[in-house]
Design a binder for this molecule. Structure first.
Ligand code: PBG
Length: 329
């Protein structure tokens, strides 16, 4: 039978079989791309589900070790650690953030002992430690920049001392990457890297995370330090500054509503790029899946593959354990 159309190019030829599709596939999601964010709290033998993040729990340190070991077993190379700090340990200056006996340094040491090859990434910001729920020190309703950076430097040094592989400033204060790099080098932590939350937007997608850590701002919002969702060029400016200040990896956060930013930054830098598939993005998929309205596994794999295609090398996602399982099937 002769073809009805005379067509020079038939793109469908390369989609005909699974083998052909596999051969021409441009982006691939692998377990090596995953960074698993985990929540730790005080106590023992405790595991609390986060209401707005079904399937995601806060663990006391002992149980967190089991969770981290399970992640390692699945081949997940890295975790990002976030603490729930008891309210009586919070103050405006986030003093607890650089207590060497604090929850995070204890967690880092325990994880490094129990699962030595797990890459431990720690958040540098004051919000879990702040009575005000802000990422910096508050004075007269303002978030102080330089005073905050001085505390962030102490926090990063404390985490490096405890054994963190990468410190991840998520605070969006100006100049913090350079100040942290200088301090780490001065103290001999030349091999502790910086994963900079470079383009971090003032986003409603962080809602469930703030429930998880009880860290919502007590007044106002974070718009004087996190970025305006309307801005793209400003993201390139932030990334340029962080790279100049010594960032090893740059991050865009949230991920889905900002894929154009990931793509543009991909054109601008050869550093690894991380995308944070944040709590609200997780919650939306979970909620729809629980209703039976979408196929969770397919939607998650499609979403994360989209982030790889946009230019991300690394993805922080609360789906990390599920994805590692699915990729094995
Ligand atoms: C804290 C921090 C936040 C997230 C990561 N680090 C919350 C915020 O900035 O308010 C959000 C992560 C998520 O929503 O999954 N500086």
């Amino acid at each position: 039978m002769s073809p009805t159309l005379s067509i020079q190019h038939r793109p469908r030829r390369l989609r005909r079989t699974a083998g052909l599709r596999q051969m021409v596939q441009e982006s691939r999601l692998t377990v090596n791309d995953l960074i698993y964010p985990v929540f730790v709290m005080e106590g023992s033998n405790l595991k609390e589900e986060i209401a707005s993040m079904p399937g995601c729990d806060r663990y006391s340190l002992d149980l967190l070790l089991t969770e981290v070991a399970a992640a390692a077993e699945l081949g997940i190379p890295a975790i990002a650690l976030f603490p729930l700090i008891p309210y009586d340990q919070k103050d405006n200056a986030g003093t607890e953030s650089y207590n060497p006996q604090g929850l995070v340094p204890r967690a880092i040491r325990a994880i490094k002992q129990a699962v030595p090859n797990m890459i431990v990434i720690t958040d540098v910001a004051l919000d879990p430690y702040s009575t005000e729920g802000h990422d910096g020190i508050v004075q007269d309703g303002q978030i102080l920049n330089d005073e905050t950076v001085a505390v962030l430097v102490k926090q990063a040094l404390c985490q490096a001392e405890a054994g963190a592989n990468l410190v991840a400033p998520s605070d969006m204060m100006d100049g913090r990457v350079g100040a942290i790099r200088t301090a780490l080098d001065a103290e001999g932590w030349i091999n502790v890297g910086i994963l900079a939350y470079s383009a971090k937007y003032a986003s409603a997608y962080y809602g469930p995370f703030r429930d998880a850590l009880d860290s919502a701002p007590k007044f106002g919002d974070k718009k004087t330090y996190q970025m305006d969702p309307a801005n793209g060029k400003e993201a390139l400016k932030e990334v340029t500054l962080d790279i100049a200040e010594g960032a090893d990896i740059v991050m865009i956060k949230p991920a889905l509503a900002y894929m154009d930013i990931i793509y543009q930054i991909r054109q601008q830098t050869n550093l690894p790029i991380a995308a944070y598939n944040v709590s609200g993005e997780y919650a939306m998929i979970k909620a729809a899946a629980q209703q039976g309205w979408i196929d969770e596994k397919k939607i998650v794999l499609e979403t994360l593959t989209g982030l790889k295609r946009a230019g991300a090398d690394l993805i922080l996602t609360y789906f990390a354990r599920d994805v590692a399982h699915w990729l094995k099937d």
